[in-house]
Design a binder for this molecule. Sequence first.
Ligand code: HEM
Length: 522
Amino acid sequence: MEAALEKSTKIMEYFLSSWQLQVVSCVVVGAGVVRYITQPKVPSYGGVFSFSRVLSLVRMVNSGRQEFLRAYAEDPMITLPRFDTWVVVAHSKYIDELNRAPDDVLSFMDSATDLIQMRYTFGHKLADNPYHVKVIINHLTKNLASTFVEVYDETEAAISDYIGPGNDWVTLNTMDFIQDVVARASNRVFIGLPVCRDKAWIDLNINGAMDALKVSLIINLFPPMLRPIVGNLVSSADKRARTAAKIAGKYLEERVTQPEAERPNDFISWLLAYAPPDEHNAKDIAARIISVNFAAIHTSSMNVTHAIYWLLARPQYIEPLREEIVEVTEKHGWTKEAIGTMPKLDSFMKECMRVCPPGSDVMSRKALKPYTFSNGVHIPKGHVVAAHLYATHFDEENYENPNTFDGFRFVEKKEEGEDGEKAAPTKSKKTMYTTSRTYLSFGHGKHACPGRFFASMEVKLILAHLLYEYEMKWPKEVYEGPNAHGIAGGEEGGYRPPDLWIAGNLSPNRDAKIMVRRRADI
Ligand code: HEM
């Protein structure tokens, strides 16, 4: 005992006399003091750790859900740690103010650029000229009917390739399976055949997002003044674009040199119409498609994966959804209109987005000029603000029984007529892509996700196709054996693999497996 005490005293003495430790302590304490003086005057998350963003983030890992609900309930505004900075997260009643502030005061792009260190993860050209957003708004969304045909064809092919021929059950990692299907279906539109079926291209785009996140995490560990130096050292943007050009270079080269009059009406042509002349080359167009994939693949596949987990946890939704899909497609075939005329499916997916949104907050903006909220909270230049997302979706003021998963909560009912006509579902006016102050999974207002119309069509189509042609269930281990999880599926509390909170980001379970087989009865 005495020996141990002596040893630890020696270690303490060594550290206390170490000049390196003293310098580090001074920097940490100094940073804490600077933060205390300059931070907006609102409560801060982190308790004793609030002097350090990284330590506060570590403390928040895994406890995200409770922390965000508590913060929302207790304070109209609170400073929460994010990977790149501290963020003042406001109650959703301040959303209109966030939206009204001009971009040169509260900037969406500057906040996004800092968070994912866009200059080093996707390149300066993307950060300086995000023209792909115009392409999505002005062309992709206006051509949904024609893209539907491609998304449908690729979804069918991708799922079929994964499951193989025959009617046997196949066990799959859900997230990997869905990511592949979403990546193929989306890339059928973003780059077309044959590249969308090239495994190297699909892997690059799926892994590219993870790689960019890792690089941004490393850069964000450093103080802002050192980030450009670290960013240039660890940047992966150019390497990824070169790899992409190797995979799809020949094909893209043909497309970029095609005379304008001969270009087909597709995504690459739309990009070329907006790209500055010095970006009319295979590498830059590939980089642009990769960046669209970054926004599209993980968000959409998380939504479909959540939906599958909810379906298996609450199997009572399977038959009503299947009936709706069969009825509508028998009448209209598989079209964009048909998918848009399935109120139960739309409500189910929207409810999945309500209870499992992408994360804790949304609409983050960096103050390029000082900004003052109506409650007097002053945001100095350089600070970031955002709105609560997760907690807004669980606010009793916004939703009846917010903690209950109610798959058909958004199906609009016809009023019961005087003749006693029974309430029947009608086409919803507030679809899964209709943003509002209380439904924020796609953001809200001028920077709301421009891809949400495409995303809604795609995710509903993938789930509809799975329900129409396939059966899904949990593997045997969920029902029986030493690690069984109890009820596999039930009215209220069927098994659903636990979601994953990493600080402010919410992801469906990435390890859970499902079993899938082609339905024999169709
Ligand atoms: C379920 C799927 C999706 C979800 C949940 C989602 C969610 C979001 C959110 C929350 C934002 C930020 C809004 C804000 O903070 O104000 C955003 C922005 C964005 N999304 Fe999506 N998204 C999805 C699918 C897509 C798809 C498929 C595309 C492309 C086709 C896309 C392209 C973008 C782009 C380019 C931005 C940046 C907008 C800007 O610069 O103004 N997203 N998305």
